[in-house]
Ligand binder design. Structure first.
Ligand code: SAH
Length: 344
């Protein structure tokens, strides 16, 4: 059974069943979530009998870093092994005013976006809430630093693994004490799940991968667009804004000669205008074996941004971090899977 992933209440119940007072459950929660203890040995204020029972009944921790690639700018990419041997990746990103971890929600992904590395092998399995949270705890333990922000932008589609993802969000806000506003979930655009999430009462930051100004192009590069049209998606986004009073960030991956013309910028602005949206431009990171996509030249990226700004859209560009370790967004796929070694 998984220890990480249990709420404090559930841990209280578990220790009671093992014949200990409930407050031991709270102490246990503190060790796991606040102090990121990686073994029962560290839990010095718990009686040895309880620690032995925990070791016997529970798997702890749930993740183990088999590789940590450290970039010049402080970013660290972890190759994370799960208990069944499957591997995902997470990235630690230090900034001046915060520390952020980018986590995976699935082993692989079923969405099969034409440009994305993760989708190449399809979906292997969903992660549990504990496995998601443990990526944060692993980074925290390795960095010896409290993590202030978490972004769900690693491998997988978080809303395709809805129940576990929401449970992990609640653990991060509750047990780890991270402000919901410091949690960002990025989705391919599963409209019904966006509506459901809006009703959860979790004021997180929602990011939607839009990547195209119209259904035809979107369906070409993102198969999910054939199931949920842009109208349906943007209606769900409107519902999100109504319910949460939170703005949405629309991510727009820029692909040379595919979706990067000034005209497409104007079309996009027209679609998003009434949503008071932020658009986050992500220049494409090349993925081998994923079609003939390229990153536009700087001039073209700037022209696209300018066009959006002229249409009164608030534009940002994704900061490039961890370049030297290939940690960039959408590249979370272990190179050795393709039979090559990561060049650190
Ligand atoms: N499933 C979620 C999270 C995916 S990763 C989603 O679709 O939003 C986060 C972002 O990186 C998404 O916007 C995704 O489309 C983008 N991305 C995928 N491959 C990329 C690449 N090669 N270069 C840049 N961004 C990429």
């Amino acid at each position: 059974m998984e220890l990480i992933g249990q709420t404090t209440g559930e841990l209280e119940q578990i220790v009671r069943e093992m014949g200990h007072p409930a407050y031991r459950g709270r102490q246990l929660a503190e060790w796991i979530y606040k102090r990121a203890a990686r073994s029962t040995e560290e839990m010095i204020n718990l009686p040895e009998a309880l620690r032995a029972q925990i070791r016997e009944r529970f798997t702890h921790p749930l993740t183990n870093a088999v590789e940590a690639l450290r970039s010049d700018d402080g970013a660290v990419k972890y190759l994370v092994e799960l208990c069944d041997g499957n591997r995902v990746e997470s990235v630690y990103l230090p900034y001046e005013d915060r520390t952020s971890v980018c986590i995976s929600t699935e082993v692989g992904c079923a969405m099969n976006c034409a440009f994305c590395a993760t989708g190449i092998g399809g979906l292997t399995r969903n992660l549990s809430a504990g496995e998601m949270v443990d990526q944060v705890l692993l980074a925290q333990a390795d960095q010896k630093q409290r993590i202030s922000h978490v972004v769900y932008m690693g491998m997988g589609e978080p809303l395709a693994n809805y129940t576990q993802t929401v449970k992990s969000l609640r653990l991060l806000t509750g047990e780890l004490g991270i402000s919901a506003r410091h949690l960002t979930l990025s989705t391919v655009g599963l409209a019904p799940a966006i509506r459901q999430l809006a009703d959860e009462g979790l004021p997180i930051t929602l990011a939607v991968s839009i990547h195209a100004p119209d259904d035809a192009l979107r369906a070409q590069i993102m198969p999910i667009a054939r199931t949920h049209s842009m109208d349906e998606l943007l209606d769900a986004c409107r519902y999100w804004i109504e319910k949460t009073h939170r703005k949405i960030t629309f991510e727009y991956l820029l692909l040379e000669n595919v979706n990067d013309s000034p005209e497409q910028a104007r079309d996009l602005a027209r679609r998003l205008k009434s949503l008071l949206a932020n658009v986050n431009i992500i220049p494409y990171n090349f993925v081998e074996g994923r079609g003939d996509f390229h990153r536009p030249k700087r001039q073209r990226i700037d022209a696209f941004k300018r066009e959006l700004e002229q249409q009164q859209i608030n534009v940002t560009e994704r900061m490039r971090r961890g370049n030297t370790i290939n940690a960039a967004c959408g590249q979370l796929r272990h190179e050795s899977e393709k039979g090559r070694k990561i060049s650190a």
